[in-house]
Design a binder for this molecule. Sequence first.
Ligand SMILES: Cc1cc2nc3c(=O)[nH]c(=O)nc-3n(C[C@H](O)[C@H](O)[C@H](O)COP(=O)(O)OP(=O)(O)OC[C@H]3O[C@@H](n4cnc5c(N)ncnc54)[C@H](O)[C@@H]3O)c2cc1C
Length: 214
Amino acid sequence: MFYKVLNIRSLSPSTYILRLERKKINFKPGQCFNIGLKASGINREYSIYSGINEPYLEFLIKEVQRGSVSSALRKANPGEEVDLHGPYGSFVVSPDEAKHNLFTFIATGTGIAPFHSFIRTYPNIDYRIINGIRTAKEQYDYGHYNSSRLTTCISRDDYWNGFKGRVTDYLKTINIDSTHIYFLCGNQNMIQESYELLRVKGVSGNQIFTEAFF
Ligand SMILES: Cc1cc2nc3c(=O)[nH]c(=O)nc-3n(C[C@H](O)[C@H](O)[C@H](O)COP(=O)(O)OP(=O)(O)OC[C@H]3O[C@@H](n4cnc5c(N)ncnc54)[C@H](O)[C@@H]3O)c2cc1C
């Protein structure tokens, strides 16, 4: 199915938000879609960034060096159509789960996208986010999160006053609440290491959900 590009919002030289028309498509927050340029025959998976009540579809995309789809989509013009299929996947939070659980969301890079979708969809969800980024410039749309619920771990910025290091370094330093539901998204090495750390600290495997981007 073809969907018109409404806007490309640049967040940094490497990262942007792709906004598409919504038409009548339904999805669950956190699901992903396959997106590619019309007639290119190549598409990639992107997690939804917007909430289920927003009148458009948004995706937070990092332009990967020498990547084909992530750089091609950035060059799309408003009004141009892209090929979109989906939604897919079960990395989701239902309305009932959002009401009755405490959540910890752990992300690296654009892995924060599905968590943004959860928070836009469920404004009252009880969450904390641990976000791993390389430099302070990657704090995208931070105004959309409750700052008291957000911890940023920065691995390559000497001037950062917060936690310096990776998400996994941070997890080693804190008490882990084994009653939380944990969602892990982004780089697969981070996911694997975080999963093991959470298990060692007493979190049951059925309270941990993962989505690896690469
Ligand atoms: C379920 C799922 C959801 C995803 N959601 C998102 C999303 O919301 N936002 C997003 O930006 N990406 C997301 N991705 C990654 C995305 O599907 C593509 O892999 C990425 O955009 C690169 O595609 P490309 O065609 O530009 O590069 P390609 O030509 O396919 O790949 C180039 C190389 O870059 C590597 N690579 C892929 N992603 C990254 C990355 N983020 N950082 C560094 N290297 C990478 C690949 O392993 C490959 O070696 C998701 C992946 C999956 C499986």
